[in-house]
Design a protein around this ligand. Structure first.
Ligand code: ZN
Length: 301
């Protein structure tokens, strides 16, 4: 009898702890990917579940032709990041639009912060993420005008020892999907707010696309520096597309947008998986800092 009551006690204890651990597992399964939606206690679980990995979807506020919203690049980068993070858990940082966009200052709605502010903002955001246990920071950039800034920022992370790594996501398009995109695309010149970008927004926020306005302004290349080769100057974009419209958004369609969105999400999901289990970036960075602290010692070896 005593044995049976002890057995009953153990069985009910096991059942009790199984229910608790099931509930805890359920909590972890349901953690939101959006940083701003987590509670502080859940944030601790999210850092663990993400293996200390957070995406900063990086956009900008600038004109996108006469028909797309100012936040197009941010909306796009965030949509892809959130969908990919739901496939493979990582944290997704809130709206981040503190980037390089001087070339659009003449267009209404542009927010162009000074260069020292955008640098400090990004560095301190990374420092603060690290202080909170995030050691792998992935930048998913949606704005072409940020590319040079982000790459230099990543290079400059070697200036001083850090206990985290900043990784710019630089995907090479899937060649099979590229072929399909080319088959579907109707325009040849297709860039800023053109057929592809307009289709991408149509795929997930059709309510924000004013397709009837696509032809109210010109998206053609003005070629104001035609004949000048082998140069780079900040004014290059203005010389070509002062309207902040490059191409023609009118043939945009959801089929093309879905193809691009799904392919981008697949590719980003695979990338997140690889980064979550990757330790070499941080290990090599640490080794580099050790050697950089005492370069003469390194040379003797
Ligand atoms: Zn854009």
């Amino acid at each position: 009898m005593r044995f049976i009551s002890r057995l009953a006690f153990y069985l009910s204890a096991i059942a009790f702890f199984s229910i608790i651990s099931f509930a805890q597992q359920n909590d972890v399964d349901k953690l939101p990917v959006n940083y701003e939606e987590l509670t502080s206690p859940d944030f601790i679980k999210a850092v663990e579940k993400s293996n200390g990995t957070c995406i900063i979807p990086f956009g900008i506020l600038e004109k996108h032709g006469p028909h797309l919203p100012l936040g197009t690049d941010l909306l796009d980068a965030r949509e892809k990041s959130i969908r990919a993070a739901q496939n493979e858990y990582v944290l997704v940082f809130p709206q981040y639009y503190f980037g390089q966009i001087y070339e659009a200052k003449h267009q209404p709605g542009t927010i162009a912060y000074s260069s020292d502010i955008i640098w400090k903002m990004l560095q301190e955001t990374c420092d603060e993420l690290s202080r909170n246990g995030i050691k792998k920071i992935i930048i998913v950039n949606g704005h072409g005008g940020n590319n040079n800034f982000i790459k230099y920022f990543c290079q400059a992370q070697l200036e001083k020892r850090k206990d985290y790594v900043v990784i710019m996501y630089t995907p090479v398009g899937n060649p099979e999907v590229q072929k399909e995109i080319l088959k579907l695309r109707k325009t040849v010149d297709d860039d800023h707010a053109g057929e592809t970008e307009t289709s991408s927004i149509l795929a997930f926020r059709p309510d924000l696309v004013k397709l009837d306005k696509t032809s109210t302004q010109s998206g053609e290349d003005k070629k104001q520096l035609d004949g000048l080769h082998d140069f780079f100057a900040g004014i290059w974009w203005y010389a070509k597309f002062p309207n902040h419209y490059a191409g023609d958004g009118s043939p945009a369609n959801k089929t093309l947008g879905d193809l691009i969105l799904n392919s981008d999400v697949d590719q980003l999901t695979k990338f997140i998986k690889s980064i979550k289990k990757e330790n070499r970036l941080i290990d090599l960075q640490n080794k580099f800092f050790d050697e950089a602290d005492e370069p003469l010692k390194t040379k003797v070896k």
